[in-house]
Ligand binder design. Structure first.
Ligand code: AMP
Ligand code: ZN
Length: 504
């Protein structure tokens, strides 16, 4: 299958095939690591992950580069306020970001460059633009890009900047939405601010420059696809195109993929609105990582999604139905023989399974329609469950061929959706460990705390206590400990060699 995807640049749905005929090279703007990410941010990273997984499923290898923005105005401001070096300030949020990605089963990008480790590449890009007379230096030592020198400016965001006011400048990382201004490539340092000394003077890179320099370094002057949230289209991506294409004289990215916002009550989820949840907030309320992933990708990337707790609860229940079905298949018994009158025949069920698989592939290939792809699987599960119910009453349950075909479709679904095999208990436990360190355990519901999985040491201690209790003929206590362990997913077996235990 070939994935067809809407291209913001052309305004059309186009086939997505690697320009070198081998590997699809894609760049996704990464996080600014000044705080924990919220689930709106993760909606974007999750859809990029879905795209990557769908490409891989279709047989296209992907080289996925995602930057870490570890220097910008907010970082400098917060690090200064905390009295920390910017690297010490950003590292813990970078680590937390990767923990969150892993919890959400996002495949790690192939290369994850940090902005602060690519300053020479950025400086070089400014030098190339200066040679082209498209970068100029102001009195304070900052460098700006002259957007009047790039007539294509606005092509991506479809904004008309004819008659751009040349020379009007913006030098902060936070931009207003509609005005095109010469943007800072390199910013002269303010007193006490973190700075790099370089051939173009002391200072620090502008945000847009970071992405261009790292994309070109790891993917080449021209590559297949560039991704980010819808808010990055202008000015960030417009600026990336301008400075990259002016330096290389080549098309920067051929295909632009923008993920639309996660909303809360109709407004963009964002730090500045204060209407956000981090992944950790939700895990500490008892929601499962797999359900959060599933919800965030359930609506296709090209539509906004309104976050509600009802939606999350419904997603949790839907996922449970899918897991129950998978278990049912794994546990079903197999016999062959004639089905009863109203049953689907083996052949019909096989055909239905094949049709679901085709519908799943076709939905993904059609602009990554995750909603339709998922519906194809859920429709099949419904039909197969009915078939299983009917057969359970009759003689036989399922032919091995049917079972394997159904399990294969579920596995195919999970290669892209990645929600069935998540170890939700381990993820929640890690969040609880973190909450303990962060002093946030008091906000965790008692019920969730009670389910917290036991550490090996706690398990050994309980087994020892049970041994003593039984030795003292206190069997009631011994049984209570066994039940408690079982409740927390630990099975104990008494054997001649002593007590063995395992996690379920
Ligand atoms: P940041 O760390 O702020 O640079 O954002 C990281 C990514 O999250 C960017 O691709 C943003 O476009 C994206 N993003 C920010 N807010 C939202 C939201 N509410 N819904 C979807 N994506 C978002
Ligand atoms: Zn970027």
């Amino acid at each position: 299958m070939t994935i067809h995807l809407f291209n913001t640049l052309s305004g059309r749905i186009e086939p997505l095939v690697p320009m070198d005929g081998a590997t699809l090279r894609m760049y996704a703007c990464g996080p600014t690591v000044y705080d924990y990410g919220h689930i709106g941010n993760f909606r974007t990273f999750l859809h990029v992950d879905v795209l990557r997984r769908a490409l891989e499923l279709s047989g296209t290898p992907v080289r996925h580069v995602m930057n870490i923005t570890d220097v910008d105005d907010k970082i400098i401001r917060n690090a200064t306020a905390a009295g920390l070096h910017i690297a010490d300030y950003t590292r813990r949020f970078e680590e937390a970001f990767f923990e969150d990605l892993e919890a959400l089963s996002v495949e790690r990008p192939t290369v994850v460059p940090r902005a602060t480790e690519h300053i020479p590449e950025m400086v070089h890009l400014v030098e190339r633009l200066a040679e082209e007379k498209l970068a100029y230096q102001t009195e304070d030592g900052s460098w700006y890009f002259r957007i009047a020198g790039f007539p294509e400016y606005g092509r991506l965001s479809k904004k008309d900047f004819a008659g751009i006011n040349s020379g009007a400048r913006v030098d902060v990382d936070e931009y207003d939405k509609d005005s095109a201004r010469d943007f800072a490539l390199w910013k002269a340092p303010k007193p006490g601010e973190h700075r790099w000394d370089s051939a173009i003077g002391a200072g620090r890179p502008g945000w847009h420059l970071e992405c261009s320099a790292m994309a070109i370094k790891y993917l080449g002057d021209s590559f297949d696809l560039h991704a980010g949230g819808e808010d990055l289209m202008f000015p960030h991506h417009e600026n990336e195109i301008a400075q990259s294409e002016c330096a290389t004289h080549q098309t920067f990215a051929r295909h632009w993929f923008h993920v639309r916002f996660l909303l809360v009550e109709g407004r963009k989820m964002s730090k500045s609105e204060g209407n956000f949840y981090t992944l950790r907030d939700l895990l500490l309320k008892g929601y499962k990582a797999s359900a959060i992933r599933s919800l965030l990708i359930s609506v296709p990337y090209g539509q906004q999604l309104n976050f509600t707790f009802e939606g999350l609860a419904a997603e949790t229940a839907a996922l449970e139905r899918l897991r129950t079905f998978q278990r049912r298949l794994l546990e079903a018994s197999f016999e062959t023989g004639a089905p009863g009158a109203s049953m689907l025949t083996d052949q019909e069920l096989l055909e239905q399974t094949a049709r679901a698989r085709q519908a799943f592939d076709a939905a993904l290939a059609n602009d990554l329609n995750t909603a339709e792809a998922k519906a194809a699987i859920f429709d099949l599960v419904r039909a197969a469950n009915i078939a299983l119910d009917q057969r359970a009453v009759g003689l036989r349950v399922l032919s091995p061929e049917n079972r394997d075909a159904l399990l294969a479709v579920l596995a195919r679904f999970d290669r892209v959706f990645a929600v069935l095999s998540t170890d939700d208990v381990a993820v929640t436990d890690a969040a609880l460990d973190w909450a303990e360190c962060a002093g946030r355990l008091d906000e965790v519901p008692a019920e969730l705390l009670a389910q917290r999985a036991l550490s090996d040491i706690q398990i050994e201690a309980l087994i020892e206590e049970r041994k003593t209790a039984r030795h003292n003929r206190n069997f009631a206590r011994g049984d209570a400990i066994r039940d408690e362990l079982l409740h927390k997913g630990v099975v104990i077996e008494d054997s001649k060699e002593g007590v063995r235990w395992r996690r379920r």
